[in-house]
Write a protein that binds this ligand. Structure first.
Ligand code: C2E
Ligand code: CA
Ligand code: CA
Length: 570
């Protein structure tokens, strides 16, 4: 007897008119449907066997609602191929020929024929829509129990972390692979948690399946795993360039998705091990760090772990490890940069800007540590310290009968989530007996155009109490004019980019004139940053900009220097 063998004429009787039935399809290749009984044909709203085969294109793929297909495939794979058991149990939707959705419960069994052919014998039954929804929610844990297999992730059918690590470790140490080039790739969907909140967990799951499918398709020769949530890791024996091409096509595929809700920018980090490297855990970690390093970047979707990144991460680590000590020992200093009233040229305030004078690492500028502190959710520690130092400095000036002007303090958008930042401002101010009008609060524009009503409410509350709120960095990055109208504030700070472009582009002058006029008509004070030369200052005078700040008037300097500065400049 040769394989596969088929029997064409089946005997017996099948009851008709039931809302469930039986079919068989080839488990490999195109999932060709081999047998389908009339009850299933009717379930799909088809007239007869030919009609059904034409409608489904003769394949199991054509029987499942397209939106459920990737989940269904993964669940079947998880429960049968990867699982110990040979049966699967799941629910999905089907589309009838008339376009109606039906809710299906599916019991399948994978059977092997001698000779290696495999077939799915499946019984499906139409279930009530409500029951489907009530219970579909449980279908994942259920699938998990049914498959009772800890080697693969029940949602995507990919390997779990321990299995991945073990397999890759074996592959890397196999003598035939010793000299082969290989790479570790870490994939991440930025803001996946927000995605879940916005679209719901079911859609989140679908997205994870879509991403895992895209990865599978491109890196079919690799070992693929879902480590956790939205973190996928691949190991593959390929050259660096080939890996980059693969990573790019995955990113492109997701961005070009027909389904708007699945258009996401997948980020990836790549680690290419040297000869002789064999620690899988460390390799995965390097790939993850490379990926994390571009989380907030819009201009790139992959990053390779190299010496530059290693150095950057080392510096980051230094910042995280030493920030508490730097604050405690006061290596972190508050510098003050004068703000000038344009009409009179007099100092009308200072901006507090931090510097880190480290005995070992030398002087660190904010560019070296602010972003890191934000990334590691430590920025509020620094900002609370700056608030305290500014209040202390104010008190000591008053005690020495020195003149005082208001100081503006930079508040990070993240401070609002990390602590009660305005509560800290108020209590610190009280402790050092600083009047509220002596402290201004600078919040960057980008913090405000997120639909975050909390920050808006907090700012309104502070304004009612007598503080002034400034919008910082207006015009940098992705500006939204809505911020200006939606938000109540006192000072609009034009970013340095305006005067930088002013020198080159004549249109900038017109734009700045408009913004300054606009601020005036809204009753808001315009302040321009980055004044570096006389022409800048003259121009600001001409257009009626109220305040100015920049190296032309004075750089950020320690408190002691500001005193002599005031004596000299008034
Ligand atoms: P920022 O708030 O926009 O501060 C203005 C930056 O421009 C300062 O850089 C200042 O030194 C610089 N600058 C001032 N005048 C000129 C000029 O004429 N030309 C040029 N090219 N630059 C000028 P700095 O001090 O390095 O601070 C950089 C950023 O770090 C600040 O930007 C602010 O976003 C952040 N930062 C500084 N101190 C703090 C702080 O205490 N807390 C928080 N959260 N962020 C801070
Ligand atoms: Ca600022
Ligand atoms: Ca600024």
């Amino acid at each position: 007897m040769s394989f596969p063998c088929y029997e064409v004429n089946t005997g017996g009787r099948i009851p008709t008119g039931l809302s469930g039935g039986f079919f068989i399809y080839d488990a490999d290749g195109d999932e060709e449907i081999l047998f389908v009984e009339t009850n299933v044909i009717k379930l799909y709203g088809c007239d007869d066997h030919d009609d059904f085969m034409a409608y489904t294109k003769g394949s199991f793929e054509g029987m499942v609602h397209p939106d459920d297909l990737s989940r269904v495939r993964n669940q079947i794979l998880t429960q049968t191929n990867f699982g110990e058991k040979r049966h699967d149990y799941l629910r999905y939707r089907i589309l009838t020929k008339q376009g109606k959705i039906r809710y299906i419960e599916d019991f399948g069994h994978l059977l092997h024929q001698e000779g290696g052919k495999r077939f799915f014998y499946v019984f499906i039954v139409d279930v009530d829509r409500n029951e489907f929804f009530n219970r579909a929610r449980n279908s994942l844990p259920e699938a998990e129990i049914l498959s009772s297999n800890n080697d693969v992730d029940p949602l995507t059918g990919l390997f779990t972390m321990p299995v991945f690590s073990h397999r890759v470790q074996m592959l890397l140490t196999a003598p035939e692979n010793r000299r082969k080039e290989s790479a570790f790739i870490h994939f991440d969907i930025p803001n996946f948690k927000l995605y879940n909140e916005k679209y719901g967990f079911d859609h989140g799951d679908e997205l994870l399946c879509a991403v895992s499918e895209a990865i599978r398709e491109i890196f079919e020769d690799g070992t693929i795993s879902r480590f956790s949530d939205d973190h996928f890791v691949v190991h593959v024996f390929r050259t660096g360039n080939d890996v980059i091409r693969g990573v790019e096509s995955i990113c492109k595929k997701m961005l070009m998705s027909d389904d708007v809700s699945k258009k996401v920018r997948v980020k990836s980090g790549i680690f290419i091990p040297d000869d002789g490297f064999s620690d899988v855990g460390l390799a995965c970690d390097h790939a993850r760090l490379a990926c994390n390093s571009i989380k907030n970047r819009h201009d790139t979707h992959y990053c390779i772990y190299d010496d530059m990144l290693r150095e950057r991460l080392r510096k980051q680590q230094y910042v995280i490890d030493h920030i508490d000590e730097a604050i405690e020992k006061e290596y972190v200093k508050v510098f003050y940069q004068p703000v000038i009233r344009v009409k009179s040229g007099e100092i009308c305030g200072y901006e507090a800007l931090v510097r880190w004078m480290d005995p070992d690492a030398g002087m660190l500028s904010p560019a070296d540590f602010i972003e890191t502190l934000e990334q590691f959710r430590l920025i509020h520690v620094l900002d609370a310290y700056v608030i305290r130092k500014v209040c202390e400095d104010y008190r000591s000036l008053v005690l020495q009968n020195e003149p005082v002007v208001p100081v503006s303090i930079n508040i990070s958008r993240l401070d609002f989530g990390l602590c009660d930042i305005f509560g800290i401002v108020e209590s610190t101010r009280k402790k050092y007996d600083v009047p509220r009008n002596m402290i201004d609060l600078e919040i960057t524009e980008s913090a405000l155009n997120k639909d975050d009503s909390l920050i808006k409410q907090e700012c309104d509350k502070m304004r009612e109490m007598g503080y002034h709120i400034w919008i910082d960095d207006f015009g940098s990055g992705y500006s939204s004019l809505n911020t200006v109208t939606d938000f109540n504030f006192d000072v609009l700070k034009l970013d340095l980019v305006f005067l930088k472009s002013f020198d080159k582009n004549p249109k900038t002058a017109s734009l700045m004139t408009c913004i300054v006029d606009c601020a005036a008509s809204m009753g808001v004070t315009a302040l321009c940053e980055g004044v570096e030369k006389k022409e800048h200052f003259e121009f600001l005078k001409k257009i009626g900009c109220v305040r100015a700040q920049g190296y032309y008037f004075g750089k950020p300097m320690p408190l002691e220097e500001t005193r002599s500065f005031i004596r000299e400049n008034g």
